[in-house]
Every structure is written in C-alpha cells, then in structure tokens.
Design a protein around this ligand. Structure first.
Ligand SMILES: Cc1cc2nc3c(=O)[nH]c(=O)nc-3n(C[C@H](O)[C@H](O)[C@H](O)COP(=O)(O)OP(=O)(O)OC[C@H]3O[C@@H](n4cnc5c(N)ncnc54)[C@H](O)[C@@H]3O)c2cc1C
Ligand SMILES: Cc1cc2nc3c(=O)[nH]c(=O)nc-3n(C[C@H](O)[C@H](O)[C@H](O)COP(=O)(O)O)c2cc1C
Ligand code: SF4
Length: 651
C-alpha cells in the first residue's frame, strides 16, 4: 500500500526512509529570546514518532539585525543557540526521522522595525499591518549573506542532517528575486541575472560553511500569485540557478508577501492546489535534483497519486500533521480511515485571535500542544457514560471516553451523526469536512461506542443508570422576526443545506455569519442556481473585513478572490431587508425601495443554547458536563471538539 510514499529516498548524501516531509511551520513556541523550549522538543519528537521521513524545523532567524519575522521565533544567529538546537535535532533523530533546520530572513514581511528589503517600499506584515522597509546597502547585503553561511555552519554543528534556506513567501531572498519588490539598479537588481544574485550568493555562502557533502534544501515559491510578482516561468529559472549553485533538493511552495493565503490553501481552493508548480519545475528539463511539493495535500491516496505520476519526489504535509502527527504511520499500516483530517479552515492555526494570543492550536486535534498532563490511559474503574448529541462535541467526547475504557452510549436523535457538521459537509467544496465526519463515524464504531438514534429524555437517562452524562445537544434555531419570514418559500441557512432550496433564484439575506451565508451561495451555485447575497453592512462596509472579523484572514482573502469570478452569484452591499412578500424580498438600497424576486429566500436563524435537558438532569442530581454549542451557540468546531475532549478526559 502506498508503494511510492513509503519507498526510501535520497537527498544528496542523505538517505530518507520515506517520502513524507514535515515542512517548516512557525508555531510561536520558541522562548522570547529565540531559544528552543521543552514544548518544541515534545512537538518535534511527536512528529518523528508519527513516521515522517524528514522533519524541517520551522524558520530560524539568521541574525540579530532584522531577520526575525515573528515573536517567539527560533534564532540561529549565535553559538549560544547551538546546545538547544542540538537537543532539538536529537529529539527528532532519536525518534527515527531525519532533521533539518530552516534559515530565514523575514525582509520586509517581518513584524515591526527595523525591516530591511531590496528596495525601500511599503509592505504588509502577517498581521495585516502596513509598514515601511528600508533599502539594504551593498555592505549590509554582504553581511547578511555571510550571516546565512554562519547560521548554516551552526546548524551542521548542532547535529542537523540538512539545512534549508527559506527563499519563498516574500522573505528576503524571494524579495530580491521578485521584480515587484526589487527595483534596484545596482548588481542586485534589474535583469534576471541580477535578481538571481542574492539567492545564489546566499546558497554559495551556505555551501562554503557546511562543506561539499552536507545536504542543502532551498524553499522557493513556484509563483507569487501577485501582480508584477514572480511567475512560474521566473521560478523555473531560479530553480535551475539553485541546482547549478549546489542545492540538493528544492521545496516548491507558493505565495508572496501579499498573498500568504495561497500558502496555506483554504477549503475554497481544491486539494493539492500548488502541486502543479512543483510538477512544472520538475518537468521543465534540466532539473535533476529531487523536488518536494506541498499545499493542501490531505490524504495518503492523493500523496501516492502525485508521486506515482512523477509530479514530485517528496510530499510535504504541514497542517495535516498538526491534525494528526500519526498520519504517515497510519497510512503505512493501512489505517487511512483512522487519520484525523485537517479541515483547512485555518481558524486555530492562522486566525487573528490565535496569532494575537500566541496560542495557535489545531481545531481538530486538542492534544496538539500537550496541555494535558495525563495520557489517555485505560481507567481502573470504567464508568457507564451517556453522551447526548452526536455533533462534533459529542463525537469527540465519545471517542475519548471509549479510549479510556468507559462504557459509552451516544444518543443522537437524528438518523445521521455529525450535528451541524453533517449539513456543513454537504457542498462539494466541503470535502475535508466530509472526511472529518467519516473519521468520527469510523472511530465510534471502531471503539465500540453504542450509538442510539433516539431522543434522550430526562426519564430515559435517569433510568439508564449512568454514572456521568456529557451533554452535547447543540443549539436551537428560530426564524428571525422579519415580516413574511413564515412564508413557505422562506428557509434558514441550515435548511438550505438540507436540500430545501427550491427553484432557480435564491436570495440570501446575510444579516450575520457572513461566511456561512456565502457558503450557501456557493452551494446554490454548485447546484446550478442563481444566488443573490444581501449584506446589510451599515457599519462595516468592507466585506473582506466583515468576513475576517469571524474567520482567519486567509479565508476572507480566498472568498474575495473566488466570489467575483462566479457569474451566478450577485453580491449586494449596504442593503436593508424590509419584508418578504409573495413577490419576493423588499429591500432598501441607497434610499430607494425595491423588490427582488425569489424562488427561495434564505434567512439567518437566531440561535440559543439547547441546554434544557442538561439542566433537568442536573436537577435530578446526575453528574452532567456541558460541552459545545449547548454552552454558547454557534461558535466553532474548535470549541466543540476541544470541550468534548476535555470533558471526556476528566471522567
Ligand atoms: C451551516 C453551518 C455551518 C457551519 N460551518 C462551520 C465551519 O465551517 N467551521 C466551524 O468551525 N464551525 C462551523 N459551524 C459551527 C459548528 O457547526 C458548531 O459550532 C458545532 O457544530 C457545534 O457542535 P456541537 O456538537 O456542540 O453541536 P451540534 O453540531 O449542533 O450537534 C448537536 C447534536 O445533538 C443532537 N441532539 C440535541 N438534543 C438531543 C437529544 N435530546 N437527544 C439526542 N440528540 C440530541 C442534535 O440532533 C445534534 O446532532 C457551522 C454551523 C452551521 C449551522
Ligand atoms: C502556522 C503556519 C506557520 C508556517 N510557518 C512557516 C515557516 O516557518 N516556514 C515556511 O517555509 N513555511 C511556513 N508555513 C507554510 C507551511 O510550511 C506549508 O507550506 C503550508 O502550511 C501549506 O502546507 P499544508 O497545506 O500541508 O499545510 C507555515 C504555515 C502555517 C499554517
Ligand atoms: S486548525 Fe484547522 S486548518 Fe489548521 S491544522 Fe488544524 S484542522 Fe488544519
């Protein structure tokens, strides 16, 4: 099974046991001075235990003068960092994987000042804050090139098997190569040859410090997806120059300083979205060194297909290994259906709230950051546990309680599992959500949870003789108080996903939950219908901002890229919904009243926590734990899954 994925490979002199690579991902987990922390040792050891062949440690700053992009980033700018980095390399290698460290200079993308770039210009950092970057002088450039080399030397000394130079994503080497950000007129700017000079000299400096046989990877963007930015044609030239300059492997990512959302591809774009770039570079002729591809490759089947088709030599899995570090091991053992899938929602790993608090996490994997002291051991005295509600909160609780050896009965009143996850995974573009639902369905079956498709009542639970109850009953929906909301062709956005959008002409009154409403429009479009989205936005006129206020910025940017391209979706801003009549929707726009015809009108329901049963059970003196939307309605899968997990751990 997965013959190509689990065949050994060679990068320069380095033998790698399989084709799974963990790419660098900054996690805000170094200490404030850039030293390795115990949490990092655990995280990287865990990835190695999961079976990845090669683990590339997140970007480390190469100097103290402006290379560090983000807080709590690793630093490799002085010998004092070598002992910590040695421990990190050892933690990876002792657990069976090869270890590499990524060297980085954030250039104009870094947060705060001083920010240096090939040319003085305005940049936007990862938090979306505009900032100015200063032009580097030639002596400063030479100093930075030497700093890369010295950092590489320390990487080797620390015991890593390979070093990777970050030349992608708009960082300094990429900025020198990009005609958009490099408008210099000296030997480092202008012609292609001059724009190649900085990345190639960095590579040479690294080679000089690590010697002939030490493997070097260069991470590049196959395209920057930016106006005037680097294109695939340019990147092929860069790839050739780097191979000639002595690189042993190329890792092909995508995205530039203003298009970071094209790096960690959201569910609004297909899986493996950026693999065509790796393939084009690999097949461009003249490239003989191996190629690592990346970007939204979520399943082992897809990874195997890419390798079998010769599109790349290695598969980098970023977020999928957050969702499940055992992805490689499970795939190799023929247990793919047990892999907990990354849903590419980005809310916990790149969302603004997560970044601001420094607490980035994974929505579907509550154990990602090792917050829990105890492992999920079998309990000495199994308890009889009722879990009420088969949505994400109840399913995770059932999974964890069953692993701990409790006798678990899961009540779900519908004839399907998943709660809102069921409806949410209906549209075609929600395939990752469907995988999450299948994962949960498989887990409860595999772990011997008794599933009762019936409505749990106070009497039934009391009579059931349960020692503890986890209430995961979600929330209730009611129609908003709009005149005409009771008409037969008016439905809410959950019903829209239940096949109740009739006719061709769908009007969606997006009064709240903007992203959910846009999803309905996309679903209507999938079904060949025409959708009109009415946004009130009296106060927040900017739709990107409105979406981003509840989601990761990458989700907002993805939506804003695809939405205008869909002919059958009409977006109207600053609209006031007055009433629904038999002729359609009466609105006010720019002071004028008008009627829009509609076959189906979709409204945003009002949500309230569904906690009546939990309260009734508490009154009967049962041990009740409330989790998910029955605590507070319409939060995120993250809240539901994490709360379900924690409650079951505590049993
Ligand atoms: C259309 C839609 C799209 C969404 N998209 C996203 C998204 O993309 N990302 C995100 O993070 N969040 C999203 N959400 C929010 C997310 O779905 C919820 O936060 C999450 O589902 C809450 O999980 P839960 O298990 O607490 O409740 P639910 O998913 O509501 O599950 C509760 C379950 O309990 C069952 N139940 C209730 N009472 C009883 C009873 N007495 N006996 C037996 N069973 C009972 C219900 O039938 C239901 O299946 C979306 C929500 C909706 C409505
Ligand atoms: C939180 C986060 C941090 C990242 N940090 C880095 C980094 O330090 N260096 C890098 O080259 N890429 C970084 N990336 C990009 C990833 O390496 C990878 O290309 C991206 O997650 C897409 O792969 P995936 O779809 O498998 O997750 C980061 C991505 C995420 C989500
Ligand atoms: S938070 Fe979401 S997108 Fe990020 S790794 Fe976890 S499942 Fe994937």
């Amino acid at each position: 099974m997965f013959k190509n994925l689990f065949s050994p490979g060679k990068i320069g002199t380095l033998e790698v046991k399989n084709r799974v690579v963990k790419p660098g991902q900054h996690m805000f987990t170094a200490d404030r001075k850039g030293f390795v922390t115990p949490l990092q040792l655990k995280l990287y050891a865990r990835w190695a235990q999961g079976g990845s062949g090669l683990i590339i440690v997140e970007m480390a700053a190469i100097d103290f003068k402006g290379s560090m992009e983000l807080p709590m980033q690793l630093i490799v700018a002085g010998d004092e960092y070598i002992p910590g980095l040695s421990e990190l390399a050892r933690a990876i290698k002792e657990n069976g994987a090869r270890a590499a460290l990524q060297l980085s200079h954030g250039g104009g993308c870094k947060m705060g000042q001083p920010a240096y770039a090939p040319s003085a210009m305005s940049y936007v950092n990862i938090m979306g804050t505009p900032q100015d970057a200063q032009e580097l002088t030639i002596p400063e450039i030479e100093e930075i090139i030497e700093a890369y080399g010295q950092a590489a030397g320390r990487t080797k000394k620390a015991g890593f098997d390979m070093v990777e130079v970050h030349m992608a994503h708009g960082y300094l080497p990429a900025a020198f190569f990009s005609p958009r950000t490099n408008i210099r007129t000296d030997r480092y700017g202008g012609s292609l040859e001059n724009r190649l000079r900085f990345p190639v000299e960095v590579l040479q400096s690294v080679r000089n410090h690590v010697g002939k046989d030490f493997p070097i990877s260069c991470r590049i963007s196959g395209t920057e997806y930016e106006e005037k930015g680097t294109t695939l044609v340019d990147s092929i030239k860069l790839a050739q120059a780097l191979e000639q300059g002595g690189a042993d492997v190329l890792s092909v990512s995508a995205g530039g300083a203003t298009s970071h959302y094209k790096i960690f591809i959201t569910q609004y774009f297909p899986r493996a979205y950026n693999v065509y770039l790796a393939e084009a570079i690999k097949k461009s002729g003249g490239i003989r060194i191996p190629i690592i591809c990346n970007g939204g490759i979520t399943t082992p089947e897809l990874a195997e297909e890419i390798l079998a088709a010769g599109k790349a030599d290695y598969i980098a899995l970023g977020r999928p290994l957050w969702a499940d570090p055992d992805w490689p091991r499970k795939a190799q053992e023929g247990r793919s259906q047990e892999i907990r899938p990354c849903i590419r929602g980005n809310i916990a790993c790149t969302g603004a709230a997560a970044l601001q608090s420094g607490g980035i996490h994974c929505s579907v994997n509550p154990e990602f950051r090792f917050e829990y002291k105890e492992t999920l051991d079998i309990v000495a005295k199994p308890r009889n546990v009722a879990i009420i509600g088969g949505g994400p909160a109840g399913l995770e609780a059932a999974r964890v309680a069953a692993i701990k050896g409790h006798k678990v009965t899961l009540y779900e009143k519908r004839d399907v599992l998943g709660g809102n996850l069921f409806e949410d995974s209906v549209p075609q573009f929600r395939s990752e959500k469907r995988r999450l639902l299948s994962y949960f369905e498989n887990e409860v079956k595999r772990l011997g949870v008794t599933v009762k498709h019936e409505e749990a009542t106070t009497d039934a639970i009391v009579k059931g003789g349960f020692d503890a109850v986890i209430s995961a009953t979600g929330c209730k929906r009611t129609r908003p108080k709009i005149r005409g909301a009771d008409k037969p062709f008016v439905i809410d956005f959950v019903e829209a996903l239940q096949g109740k959008m009739k006719g061709e002409n769908i009007v969606i009154a997006a009064t709240d939950y903007e992203t959910r409403c846009i999803d309905i429009a996309l679903y209507a479009n999938e079904q060949g219908k025409k959708a009109t989205l009415l946004f009130p936005l009296e106060t927040r006129k900017d739709l990107t901002e409105a979406i981003a206020s509840g989601e990761a910025a990458s989700v907002a940017q993805s939506i804003m890229e695809i939405l205008p391209q869909i002919r059958n979706i009409d977006v109207q801003l600053s609209v006031k919904l007055l009433e629904i009549t038999d002729r359609g929707v009466v609105i006010e726009k720019e002071g004028k009243k008008q009627t829009l015809s509609a076959d189906t009108v979709v409204l945003v329901p009002e949500f309230t926590a569904n906690d009546d049963l939990a309260r009734a059970l508490e009154k009967r003196r049962l041990e009740v734990h409330k989790v998910g939307d029955c605590v507070e309605p319409m939060r995120f899968f993250r809240n539901a899954i994490h709360e379900g997990h924690l409650a079951a751990r505590q049993l």
